[in-house]
Design a protein around this ligand. Structure first.
Ligand SMILES: Nc1ncnc2c1ncn2[C@@H]1O[C@H](COP(=O)(O)OP(=O)(O)OP(=O)(O)O)[C@@H](O)[C@H]1O
Ligand SMILES: [Mg+2]
Length: 293
């Protein structure tokens, strides 16, 4: 006699597990992210042709592999599965209007995995094909995005904010990964935060978002408790993704950081590089753990 098939295992996402761990309640600032199906991209009238006049720059896939990151076109991995789950929840939380999404990736402290998560998530989203992903390097003190991807440095967001004659679109670096472009941080000044908080910044970022109907922007930001630029940027985005290293980030620091991001209504947590499994699995091994169980 055939035995009944085992019940399907429930896969808590990283976001859900983070919410469970920190006890934040949906509706009071943090929410676990919906599990609703991803809605189709907004039906919009005429697709504006992408501007990039410049040739796509190659992404350094060897470097990505060496750093343990997603490799475009690579085999399905544990990490890829994790970022698929995160991606689904971000897309599901896009809002009823289906307006394009802009996401600020930040953390309370340095070195918690913002760039790691922002780059991997961008690669995962670009693979969707429905979106034109624009990864913005908004960590002006430590702009690691171009180096992580093996792209050249160049003018970027701060240059266009400081100088109206700089065309922001022309600073965008198209890459040889379909649907992925990068906007460098640009040249620092003493007034980065003021520039970001300005009306001009809002107008520029709105224009950037609307330049392509399917553009989806991810900002890799500075640590919230170390620089004021992240909280200024939070005013401009639809969602904040707060990277948490539970082995390092104290709960009071996390709450303080979230309070500084009150310019954005939707703050979600992404638990990174921690072991929540009795056998010591870390972020990136969840899929494996499911298979072994
Ligand atoms: N889940 C992970 N698995 C493996 N390595 C990771 C993971 N998360 C982060 N790292 C590694 O930890 C280091 C710090 O990560 P990352 O540079 O992304 O942090 P950050 O928050 O952007 O730091 P900073 O505030 O200095 O910009 C990097 O070497 C990165 O590759
Ligand atoms: Mg970084």
């Amino acid at each position: 006699m055939n035995s009944a098939p085992p019940p399907p295992r429930r896969r808590n996402s990283l976001l859900e597990r983070a919410v469970e761990r920190y006890g934040f309640q949906p509706g009071v600032g943090l929410r676990p992210g919906g599990s609703s199906p991803v809605s189709a991209p907004m039906a919009v009238a005429p697709e504006v042709a992408p501007v990039p006049a410049r040739a796509p720059e190659p992404i350094d896939r060897v470097r990505l592999a060496e750093r343990g990151m997603l490799v475009p076109g690579g085999a399905v991995s544990t990490l890829a599965e994790e970022f698929r789950l995160v991606k689904r929840q971000l897309l599901a939380a896009r809002g009823a209007g289906g307006r394009p999404l802009s996401v600020l990736v930040c953390s309370a402290h340095p070195d918690e995995g913002k760039t790691f998560c922002a780059v991997n998530l961008s690669l995962s989203l670009a693979a969707e094909r429905d979106w034109e992903v624009l990864l913005v390097d908004a960590d002006f003190a430590k702009p690691d995005v171009p180096d992580t991807l093996g792209l050249p440095a160049g003018p970027g967001l701060l240059d266009a904010l400081a100088d109206p004659s700089v065309d922001l679109e022309s600073c965008i670096i198209p890459t040889d990964v379909p649907h992925l472009s990068v906007l460098p941080a640009g040249t620092r000044s003493d007034s980065d935060t003021e520039l970001l908080a300005s009306e001009r910044a809002r107008a520029l970022l709105d224009r950037l978002e609307q330049a392509q109907p399917r553009r989806l922007m991810l900002f890799d930001s500075a640590p919230v408790l170390a620089a004021s630029t992240a909280s200024a940027l939070a005013e401009h985005v639809g969602q904040v993704l707060m990277v948490v290293r539970a082995d390092r980030t104290g709960e009071s620091d996390l709450r303080e950081a979230v309070a500084l991001l009150d310019g954005c209504e939707t703050v979600q947590l992404l638990l990174n590089a921690v072991s929540l499994q009795p056998r010591g699995h870390r972020f990136g091994s969840y899929y494996e753990a499911e298979e072994e169980a």
